[in-house]
Ligand binder design. Structure first.
Ligand code: NAD
Ligand code: IPM
Ligand code: MN
Length: 365
Protein backbone atom coordinates (compact mmCIF):
# COMPACT_ATOMS: atom_id res chain seq x y z
CA UNK A 1 0.00 0.00 0.00
CA UNK A 2 0.99 3.57 -0.66
CA UNK A 3 0.39 5.99 2.18
CA UNK A 4 -0.26 9.71 1.92
CA UNK A 5 -0.95 12.36 4.50
CA UNK A 6 -3.70 14.82 3.63
CA UNK A 7 -4.54 18.01 5.48
CA UNK A 8 -8.28 18.66 5.32
CA UNK A 9 -9.49 22.23 5.75
CA UNK A 10 -13.30 22.14 5.83
CA UNK A 11 -13.61 25.85 6.61
CA UNK A 12 -17.00 27.58 6.72
CA UNK A 13 -20.54 27.44 5.36
CA UNK A 14 -20.98 24.53 2.99
CA UNK A 15 -17.24 23.72 3.34
CA UNK A 16 -17.67 20.96 5.95
CA UNK A 17 -20.61 19.44 4.02
CA UNK A 18 -18.71 19.12 0.74
CA UNK A 19 -15.42 18.08 2.37
CA UNK A 20 -17.12 15.19 4.13
CA UNK A 21 -18.28 13.80 0.76
CA UNK A 22 -14.89 14.35 -0.90
CA UNK A 23 -13.10 12.64 1.98
CA UNK A 24 -15.27 9.53 1.63
CA UNK A 25 -14.59 9.49 -2.12
CA UNK A 26 -10.84 9.65 -1.48
CA UNK A 27 -10.96 6.85 1.06
CA UNK A 28 -13.01 4.55 -1.14
CA UNK A 29 -11.27 5.20 -4.46
CA UNK A 30 -7.93 4.99 -2.65
CA UNK A 31 -8.71 1.66 -1.02
CA UNK A 32 -9.56 0.17 -4.42
CA UNK A 33 -6.12 1.23 -5.68
CA UNK A 34 -4.09 0.17 -2.65
CA UNK A 35 -3.80 3.68 -1.25
CA UNK A 36 -4.17 4.59 2.40
CA UNK A 37 -4.68 8.12 3.61
CA UNK A 38 -3.82 9.70 6.92
CA UNK A 39 -6.13 12.70 7.32
CA UNK A 40 -5.49 15.66 9.55
CA UNK A 41 -8.41 18.05 9.88
CA UNK A 42 -7.38 21.59 10.77
CA UNK A 43 -9.26 24.85 11.40
CA UNK A 44 -9.16 27.54 8.74
CA UNK A 45 -11.06 30.69 7.85
CA UNK A 46 -13.96 31.82 10.03
CA UNK A 47 -13.91 28.54 11.94
CA UNK A 48 -10.29 29.22 12.88
CA UNK A 49 -11.08 32.85 13.80
CA UNK A 50 -13.74 31.68 16.25
CA UNK A 51 -11.45 29.03 17.69
CA UNK A 52 -8.06 30.76 17.78
CA UNK A 53 -8.55 34.42 16.83
CA UNK A 54 -6.71 34.17 13.50
CA UNK A 55 -7.89 32.91 10.08
CA UNK A 56 -4.82 30.75 9.44
CA UNK A 57 -3.32 29.39 12.66
CA UNK A 58 0.38 28.47 12.51
CA UNK A 59 -0.45 24.82 13.27
CA UNK A 60 -2.76 24.74 10.26
CA UNK A 61 -0.12 26.12 7.91
CA UNK A 62 2.60 23.82 9.25
CA UNK A 63 0.33 20.78 8.97
CA UNK A 64 -0.46 21.79 5.39
CA UNK A 65 3.23 22.21 4.57
CA UNK A 66 4.10 18.82 6.04
CA UNK A 67 1.40 16.89 4.23
CA UNK A 68 1.43 15.38 0.75
CA UNK A 69 -1.58 17.44 -0.33
CA UNK A 70 -4.18 19.84 1.06
CA UNK A 71 -7.92 19.71 0.39
CA UNK A 72 -9.93 22.83 1.24
CA UNK A 73 -13.71 23.26 1.34
CA UNK A 74 -14.46 26.98 1.41
CA UNK A 75 -14.10 29.89 3.79
CA UNK A 76 -15.96 33.09 4.61
CA UNK A 77 -19.36 34.22 5.80
CA UNK A 78 -21.45 37.20 6.91
CA UNK A 79 -20.26 36.85 10.50
CA UNK A 80 -16.70 37.88 9.65
CA UNK A 81 -17.37 40.24 6.72
CA UNK A 82 -16.80 43.38 8.78
CA UNK A 83 -13.58 42.14 10.34
CA UNK A 84 -10.42 44.11 9.76
CA UNK A 85 -8.42 42.96 6.76
CA UNK A 86 -5.94 40.80 8.71
CA UNK A 87 -8.80 39.10 10.55
CA UNK A 88 -10.85 38.11 7.53
CA UNK A 89 -11.28 34.45 6.54
CA UNK A 90 -10.26 35.43 2.98
CA UNK A 91 -6.94 36.75 4.29
CA UNK A 92 -6.29 33.30 5.76
CA UNK A 93 -6.83 31.73 2.36
CA UNK A 94 -4.40 34.16 0.71
CA UNK A 95 -1.85 33.43 3.46
CA UNK A 96 -2.28 29.71 2.83
CA UNK A 97 -1.70 30.08 -0.92
CA UNK A 98 1.31 32.30 -0.27
CA UNK A 99 2.62 29.99 2.47
CA UNK A 100 2.43 26.95 0.21
CA UNK A 101 3.84 29.01 -2.71
CA UNK A 102 1.16 27.60 -5.00
CA UNK A 103 1.43 30.15 -7.80
CA UNK A 104 -0.33 28.15 -10.51
CA UNK A 105 -4.08 27.67 -10.19
CA UNK A 106 -5.62 25.28 -12.74
CA UNK A 107 -9.36 25.72 -13.17
CA UNK A 108 -10.83 23.40 -15.79
CA UNK A 109 -14.30 24.13 -17.16
CA UNK A 110 -15.80 21.20 -19.01
CA UNK A 111 -19.38 20.94 -20.18
CA UNK A 112 -20.38 17.37 -19.41
CA UNK A 113 -22.86 15.97 -21.94
CA UNK A 114 -25.20 15.12 -19.06
CA UNK A 115 -25.33 18.74 -17.95
CA UNK A 116 -25.73 20.61 -21.23
CA UNK A 117 -29.30 21.45 -20.21
CA UNK A 118 -28.09 22.89 -16.92
CA UNK A 119 -26.10 25.55 -18.77
CA UNK A 120 -27.75 28.94 -19.15
CA UNK A 121 -26.26 29.10 -22.64
CA UNK A 122 -27.89 27.59 -25.73
CA UNK A 123 -27.13 23.94 -26.26
CA UNK A 124 -25.10 24.51 -29.43
CA UNK A 125 -22.95 27.11 -27.66
CA UNK A 126 -22.29 25.11 -24.49
CA UNK A 127 -22.00 21.61 -25.92
CA UNK A 128 -18.44 20.31 -26.04
CA UNK A 129 -16.78 23.20 -24.18
CA UNK A 130 -13.52 22.03 -22.63
CA UNK A 131 -11.22 24.79 -21.47
CA UNK A 132 -8.64 25.36 -18.77
CA UNK A 133 -8.05 28.64 -16.99
CA UNK A 134 -4.47 28.91 -15.69
CA UNK A 135 -4.72 31.62 -13.07
CA UNK A 136 -1.67 33.24 -11.45
CA UNK A 137 -2.39 32.84 -7.75
CA UNK A 138 0.27 34.40 -5.52
CA UNK A 139 0.92 37.77 -7.14
CA UNK A 140 -0.74 40.72 -8.82
CA UNK A 141 -3.18 43.08 -7.16
CA UNK A 142 -4.04 40.54 -4.43
CA UNK A 143 -0.54 40.84 -2.97
CA UNK A 144 0.98 43.99 -4.53
CA UNK A 145 2.32 46.85 -2.42
CA UNK A 146 1.68 49.63 -1.68
CA UNK A 147 -1.84 48.88 -0.54
CA UNK A 148 -4.12 50.17 2.15
CA UNK A 149 -6.25 53.10 3.23
CA UNK A 150 -5.05 56.65 3.34
CA UNK A 151 -6.01 60.24 2.55
CA UNK A 152 -5.44 62.02 -0.73
CA UNK A 153 -4.10 65.55 -1.18
CA UNK A 154 -7.58 66.97 -0.51
CA UNK A 155 -7.76 65.11 2.78
CA UNK A 156 -10.36 62.73 1.37
CA UNK A 157 -10.24 59.06 2.40
CA UNK A 158 -8.97 56.62 -0.23
CA UNK A 159 -8.38 52.90 -0.57
CA UNK A 160 -5.70 51.62 -2.92
CA UNK A 161 -4.01 48.48 -4.28
CA UNK A 162 -1.17 47.79 -6.67
CA UNK A 163 -1.15 45.47 -9.65
CA UNK A 164 2.48 44.41 -9.94
CA UNK A 165 4.23 41.45 -11.56
CA UNK A 166 7.94 40.65 -11.56
CA UNK A 167 9.43 38.93 -14.61
CA UNK A 168 9.99 35.61 -12.81
CA UNK A 169 6.36 35.50 -11.67
CA UNK A 170 5.07 35.86 -15.23
CA UNK A 171 7.68 33.52 -16.70
CA UNK A 172 6.84 30.64 -14.37
CA UNK A 173 3.06 30.87 -14.80
CA UNK A 174 3.52 31.22 -18.56
CA UNK A 175 5.59 28.01 -18.61
CA UNK A 176 2.91 26.16 -16.65
CA UNK A 177 0.34 27.42 -19.14
CA UNK A 178 2.37 26.44 -22.21
CA UNK A 179 2.98 22.98 -20.72
CA UNK A 180 -0.74 22.68 -19.94
CA UNK A 181 -1.68 23.68 -23.50
CA UNK A 182 0.80 21.14 -24.85
CA UNK A 183 -1.03 18.33 -23.01
CA UNK A 184 -4.35 19.64 -24.34
CA UNK A 185 -5.09 20.99 -27.82
CA UNK A 186 -1.98 23.13 -28.22
CA UNK A 187 -3.71 26.52 -28.05
CA UNK A 188 -2.96 29.19 -25.46
CA UNK A 189 -4.77 32.51 -25.08
CA UNK A 190 -3.14 35.04 -22.75
CA UNK A 191 -5.70 37.44 -21.29
CA UNK A 192 -4.62 40.90 -20.16
CA UNK A 193 -5.44 44.60 -20.28
CA UNK A 194 -2.30 45.62 -22.14
CA UNK A 195 -4.10 48.50 -23.85
CA UNK A 196 -4.27 50.32 -20.49
CA UNK A 197 -2.17 48.76 -17.72
CA UNK A 198 1.63 48.74 -17.54
CA UNK A 199 1.53 45.50 -15.53
CA UNK A 200 -0.37 43.93 -18.44
CA UNK A 201 1.98 45.37 -21.08
CA UNK A 202 4.83 43.72 -19.21
CA UNK A 203 2.81 40.51 -18.81
CA UNK A 204 2.30 40.32 -22.57
CA UNK A 205 5.98 41.03 -23.26
CA UNK A 206 7.13 38.19 -20.96
CA UNK A 207 4.53 35.73 -22.30
CA UNK A 208 5.79 36.44 -25.83
CA UNK A 209 9.39 35.93 -24.67
CA UNK A 210 8.57 32.56 -23.08
CA UNK A 211 6.62 31.53 -26.20
CA UNK A 212 9.94 31.08 -28.03
CA UNK A 213 10.49 27.98 -25.86
CA UNK A 214 7.18 26.55 -27.14
CA UNK A 215 7.11 26.92 -30.93
CA UNK A 216 4.54 24.10 -31.15
CA UNK A 217 1.93 26.07 -29.18
CA UNK A 218 -0.40 28.50 -30.94
CA UNK A 219 -0.34 31.66 -28.79
CA UNK A 220 -2.91 34.44 -28.96
CA UNK A 221 -3.62 37.51 -26.82
CA UNK A 222 -6.96 38.95 -25.81
CA UNK A 223 -8.06 41.92 -23.72
CA UNK A 224 -9.97 40.84 -20.65
CA UNK A 225 -13.17 42.71 -21.49
CA UNK A 226 -13.31 41.00 -24.87
CA UNK A 227 -12.46 37.65 -23.25
CA UNK A 228 -15.40 38.02 -20.85
CA UNK A 229 -17.64 38.59 -23.88
CA UNK A 230 -16.11 35.81 -26.01
CA UNK A 231 -16.56 33.30 -23.17
CA UNK A 232 -20.32 33.54 -23.45
CA UNK A 233 -20.41 34.22 -27.22
CA UNK A 234 -18.31 31.26 -28.34
CA UNK A 235 -16.55 29.45 -25.48
CA UNK A 236 -15.40 26.61 -27.75
CA UNK A 237 -12.77 28.91 -29.29
CA UNK A 238 -10.76 28.52 -26.06
CA UNK A 239 -8.43 25.71 -25.10
CA UNK A 240 -6.04 27.03 -22.43
CA UNK A 241 -6.32 30.55 -21.00
CA UNK A 242 -3.53 32.10 -18.94
CA UNK A 243 -4.16 35.23 -16.95
CA UNK A 244 -3.34 37.17 -13.81
CA UNK A 245 -4.77 36.63 -10.35
CA UNK A 246 -7.82 38.91 -10.47
CA UNK A 247 -8.83 38.35 -14.10
CA UNK A 248 -8.52 34.59 -13.49
CA UNK A 249 -10.76 34.85 -10.43
CA UNK A 250 -13.48 36.58 -12.41
CA UNK A 251 -13.21 34.64 -15.68
CA UNK A 252 -13.27 31.27 -13.92
CA UNK A 253 -16.55 32.09 -12.17
CA UNK A 254 -17.90 33.10 -15.57
CA UNK A 255 -16.59 29.90 -17.17
CA UNK A 256 -18.23 27.86 -14.43
CA UNK A 257 -21.70 28.97 -15.50
CA UNK A 258 -21.09 27.68 -19.04
CA UNK A 259 -20.80 24.21 -17.47
CA UNK A 260 -24.08 24.56 -15.61
CA UNK A 261 -23.04 25.54 -12.10
CA UNK A 262 -20.23 26.89 -10.01
CA UNK A 263 -20.91 23.82 -7.88
CA UNK A 264 -19.19 21.69 -10.54
CA UNK A 265 -15.80 23.40 -10.92
CA UNK A 266 -12.72 22.02 -9.16
CA UNK A 267 -9.25 23.51 -8.99
CA UNK A 268 -5.64 22.58 -8.35
CA UNK A 269 -3.06 25.04 -7.06
CA UNK A 270 0.52 24.00 -7.58
CA UNK A 271 3.98 25.37 -6.83
CA UNK A 272 7.50 24.41 -7.94
CA UNK A 273 7.60 21.76 -5.21
CA UNK A 274 5.81 20.86 -2.01
CA UNK A 275 2.16 19.97 -1.45
CA UNK A 276 -0.54 21.24 -3.79
CA UNK A 277 -3.73 22.89 -2.61
CA UNK A 278 -7.01 21.58 -4.01
CA UNK A 279 -10.31 23.38 -3.66
CA UNK A 280 -13.58 23.99 -5.47
CA UNK A 281 -13.69 27.43 -7.09
CA UNK A 282 -16.92 28.30 -5.27
CA UNK A 283 -17.20 29.91 -1.87
CA UNK A 284 -18.90 29.02 1.38
CA UNK A 285 -22.38 29.70 -0.07
CA UNK A 286 -23.82 31.07 3.18
CA UNK A 287 -27.27 31.27 1.55
CA UNK A 288 -27.56 27.46 1.45
CA UNK A 289 -25.14 26.42 4.21
CA UNK A 290 -26.35 23.86 6.73
CA UNK A 291 -29.34 22.89 4.57
CA UNK A 292 -27.85 19.85 2.82
CA UNK A 293 -28.35 21.61 -0.53
CA UNK A 294 -24.75 22.11 -1.68
CA UNK A 295 -23.42 20.40 -4.76
CA UNK A 296 -20.42 18.38 -3.51
CA UNK A 297 -19.14 17.51 -7.00
CA UNK A 298 -16.75 20.47 -7.35
CA UNK A 299 -14.99 19.29 -4.22
CA UNK A 300 -15.18 15.62 -5.21
CA UNK A 301 -13.59 16.55 -8.55
CA UNK A 302 -10.99 18.60 -6.65
CA UNK A 303 -10.16 15.41 -4.76
CA UNK A 304 -9.67 13.74 -8.16
CA UNK A 305 -7.31 16.58 -9.14
CA UNK A 306 -5.49 16.03 -5.83
CA UNK A 307 -4.95 12.39 -6.77
CA UNK A 308 -3.85 13.21 -10.29
CA UNK A 309 -1.80 16.41 -9.94
CA UNK A 310 -0.87 16.19 -6.27
CA UNK A 311 0.00 12.51 -5.86
CA UNK A 312 0.36 11.17 -9.40
CA UNK A 313 -2.36 8.61 -8.65
CA UNK A 314 -4.08 8.73 -12.05
CA UNK A 315 -6.09 5.54 -11.65
CA UNK A 316 -7.72 6.52 -8.38
CA UNK A 317 -8.45 9.93 -9.91
CA UNK A 318 -10.14 8.27 -12.87
CA UNK A 319 -12.26 6.17 -10.52
CA UNK A 320 -13.63 9.34 -8.94
CA UNK A 321 -14.20 11.10 -12.26
CA UNK A 322 -15.95 8.05 -13.70
CA UNK A 323 -18.13 7.83 -10.60
CA UNK A 324 -19.23 11.46 -10.91
CA UNK A 325 -20.22 10.82 -14.52
CA UNK A 326 -22.03 7.64 -13.51
CA UNK A 327 -24.03 9.32 -10.72
CA UNK A 328 -25.05 12.01 -13.22
CA UNK A 329 -25.89 9.36 -15.83
CA UNK A 330 -28.14 7.70 -13.28
CA UNK A 331 -30.03 10.98 -13.08
CA UNK A 332 -29.01 12.41 -9.71
CA UNK A 333 -28.89 16.22 -9.48
CA UNK A 334 -28.45 18.72 -6.69
CA UNK A 335 -30.61 21.85 -6.91
CA UNK A 336 -28.05 23.98 -8.74
CA UNK A 337 -27.89 21.58 -11.72
CA UNK A 338 -31.41 20.19 -11.55
CA UNK A 339 -33.71 20.16 -14.56
CA UNK A 340 -36.96 18.39 -15.40
CA UNK A 341 -36.84 14.60 -15.53
CA UNK A 342 -33.99 14.23 -13.05
CA UNK A 343 -33.83 13.15 -9.41
CA UNK A 344 -33.37 16.09 -7.05
CA UNK A 345 -31.06 15.14 -4.17
CA UNK A 346 -29.19 16.89 -1.37
CA UNK A 347 -25.48 17.02 -0.71
CA UNK A 348 -25.39 13.82 1.37
CA UNK A 349 -27.46 11.76 -1.01
CA UNK A 350 -25.40 12.90 -4.00
CA UNK A 351 -22.37 11.78 -1.99
CA UNK A 352 -23.92 8.37 -1.34
CA UNK A 353 -24.67 7.92 -5.03
CA UNK A 354 -21.09 8.83 -5.96
CA UNK A 355 -19.85 6.21 -3.45
CA UNK A 356 -22.11 3.56 -5.02
CA UNK A 357 -20.69 4.48 -8.41
CA UNK A 358 -17.09 4.24 -7.15
CA UNK A 359 -17.87 0.73 -5.84
CA UNK A 360 -19.53 -0.46 -9.03
CA UNK A 361 -17.59 1.28 -11.77
CA UNK A 362 -14.11 0.21 -12.73
CA UNK A 363 -12.76 2.68 -15.24
CA UNK A 364 -11.18 1.30 -18.38
CA UNK A 365 -7.54 0.43 -17.71
P1 NAD B 1 -20.21 31.62 -3.41
O1 NAD B 1 -19.44 30.89 -4.45
O2 NAD B 1 -20.06 31.15 -2.02
O3 NAD B 1 -21.76 31.57 -3.79
C1 NAD B 1 -22.29 32.16 -4.99
C2 NAD B 1 -23.63 31.52 -5.33
O4 NAD B 1 -23.38 30.18 -5.81
C3 NAD B 1 -24.55 31.35 -4.14
O5 NAD B 1 -25.87 31.54 -4.55
C4 NAD B 1 -24.34 29.92 -3.71
O6 NAD B 1 -25.45 29.33 -3.06
C5 NAD B 1 -24.03 29.23 -5.02
N1 NAD B 1 -23.13 28.09 -4.82
C6 NAD B 1 -21.81 28.15 -4.56
N2 NAD B 1 -21.30 26.92 -4.38
C7 NAD B 1 -22.31 26.06 -4.55
C8 NAD B 1 -22.43 24.64 -4.48
N3 NAD B 1 -21.37 23.84 -4.23
N4 NAD B 1 -23.64 24.08 -4.71
C9 NAD B 1 -24.70 24.85 -4.99
N5 NAD B 1 -24.66 26.20 -5.06
C10 NAD B 1 -23.49 26.79 -4.83
O7 NAD B 1 -19.81 33.16 -3.56
P2 NAD B 1 -20.24 34.43 -2.66
O8 NAD B 1 -21.66 34.31 -2.24
O9 NAD B 1 -19.81 35.60 -3.41
O10 NAD B 1 -19.31 34.33 -1.38
C11 NAD B 1 -19.71 33.76 -0.13
C12 NAD B 1 -18.51 33.71 0.80
O11 NAD B 1 -17.55 32.79 0.30
C13 NAD B 1 -17.77 35.03 0.95
O12 NAD B 1 -17.36 35.13 2.29
C14 NAD B 1 -16.57 34.88 0.02
O13 NAD B 1 -15.48 35.66 0.39
C15 NAD B 1 -16.28 33.42 0.19
N6 NAD B 1 -15.57 32.80 -0.93
C16 NAD B 1 -14.67 31.84 -0.59
C17 NAD B 1 -14.02 31.13 -1.57
C18 NAD B 1 -13.07 30.08 -1.18
O14 NAD B 1 -13.11 29.60 -0.06
N7 NAD B 1 -12.19 29.63 -2.05
C19 NAD B 1 -14.33 31.38 -2.92
C20 NAD B 1 -15.29 32.35 -3.23
C21 NAD B 1 -15.91 33.06 -2.23
C1 IPM C 1 -11.55 32.09 -5.07
C2 IPM C 1 -12.06 33.14 -4.11
C3 IPM C 1 -10.89 33.81 -3.40
C4 IPM C 1 -10.09 34.57 -4.45
C5 IPM C 1 -11.25 34.75 -2.23
C6 IPM C 1 -12.19 34.11 -1.27
C7 IPM C 1 -10.00 35.20 -1.53
O1 IPM C 1 -12.89 34.03 -4.76
O2 IPM C 1 -10.87 31.16 -4.62
O3 IPM C 1 -11.84 32.16 -6.26
O4 IPM C 1 -10.43 35.71 -4.79
O5 IPM C 1 -9.11 33.99 -4.93
MN1 MN D 1 -13.36 33.47 -6.82
Amino acid sequence: TRRYSITLLPGDGIGPEVISVAKSALVLAGSLEGIEFGFKEMPMGGAALDLTGVPLPEETLSSAKQSDAVLLGAIGGYKWDKNEKHLKPETGLLQLREGLKVFANLRPATVLPQLVEASTLKKEVAEGVDLMVVRELTGGIYFGKPRGFSKNENGEEVGFNTEVYAAHEIDRIARVAFETARKRRGKLCSVDKANVLEASMFWRKRVIAIASEYPDIELSHMYVDNAAMQLVRDPKQFDTIVTNNIFGDILSDEASMITGSIGMLPSASLGESGPGLFEPIHGSAPDIAGQDKANPLATVLSAAMLLKYGLGEEKAAQRIEAAVMDALNRGFRTGDIHSAGHKLVGCKEMGEEVMKSIESKTPAA
